[in-house]
Design a protein around this ligand. Structure first.
Ligand code: PGA
Length: 254
């Protein structure tokens, strides 16, 4: 039994039309019916959120957004606010994903504002952090994770921490098929928990969920989930097929 309730989260990125999403849920929901002791979260595209909420209502699947802007409204063409995400029916938002950082140039300061805004608006935030291959090879993993985490959490205080989880996703393991080794994952998660303790205190660090992401598949999820400091998985590619993501949700059975 895990100390903390695990989260199995799907990040669909820029995949699936509404029609493809409907097909996914019609196969996926029966596969996970009755599965307990975990939270199942799926992040479709923004335009899929409302329909995903409708399709999953009455099931245990919760819907998330993949990003948001921190303001409630205004002249921010192309952006989506926390109020819009809430009113569409999602209760969780992924923030600071490596593709947001590296493809769209989001920095730690912007991400920290998003994290604070999400929590202030009652959204559960999954803050993503992770080092590039170059940073790892130069021995900077701790420094990078420490900075991303320290800045990402810097605007939170007190009860805010109840509203967040962390996803450790080494950039070099995302979408590459190259999962971090069990030792690398445990070491990074242990470091993340210690860093959270430094910023927010021991009790927060004990309860916060730390997800691993980066080429998680049905074939490796069990071993990863067995690690003491891994409290879930954030899954891209392997979450797009119903059987594959159901296999990840039911990680003990692999
Ligand atoms: P992947 O993506 O599972 O395809 O490696 C993970 C992520 O980007 O969250």
């Amino acid at each position: 039994m895990k100390k903390r309730i695990p989260i199995l989260a799907a990040n669909w990125k820029m995949h699936k039309t509404i029609e493809e999403m409907r097909e996914f849920f019609s196969s996926f929901l029966p596969l996970v019916e009755g599965v307990s002791g975990r939270q199942i979260v799926i992040a479709p595209s923004f335009v899929g959120i409302m329909e995903a909420c409708r399709l999953t209502s009455g099931s245990q699947v919760k819907i998330a957004a993949q990003n948001m802007y921190f303001e409630e409204q205004g002249a921010f063409t192309g952006e989506i606010s926390p109020l819009m995400i809430r009113s569409a029916g999602a209760g969780t938002v992924i923030l600071g994903h490596s593709e947001r950082r590296h493809v769209f140039g989001e920095g730690d300061e912007l991400i920290s504002k998003k994290v604070k805004s999400a929590v202030d608006h009652g959204l559960h935030a999954i803050l993503c952090i992770g080092e590039t291959l170059e940073e790892r090879n130069q021995g900077q993993t701790g420094e990078v994770l420490g900075r991303q985490l320290g800045k990402g959490l810097s605007k939170l205080n007190g009860d805010d921490f109840v509203g967040i989880s962390i996803a450790y996703e080494p950039v070099w393991a995302i979408g590459t098929g190259q999962t971090a080794s069990i030792e690398q994952i445990q070491k990074a998660h242990d470091f993340v928990r210690l860093t959270v303790a430094e910023h927010a205190g021991e009790p927060v660090a004990e309860q916060i969920r730390i997800l691993y992401g980066g080429s998680v598949k049905p074939g490796n999820v069990k071993q990863i989930m067995e690690l003491e400091d891994v409290d879930g998985a954030l899954v891209g590619g392997a979450s797009l097929e119903p059987e594959s993501f159901a296999g990840i949700v039911k990680f003990e059975e692999n």
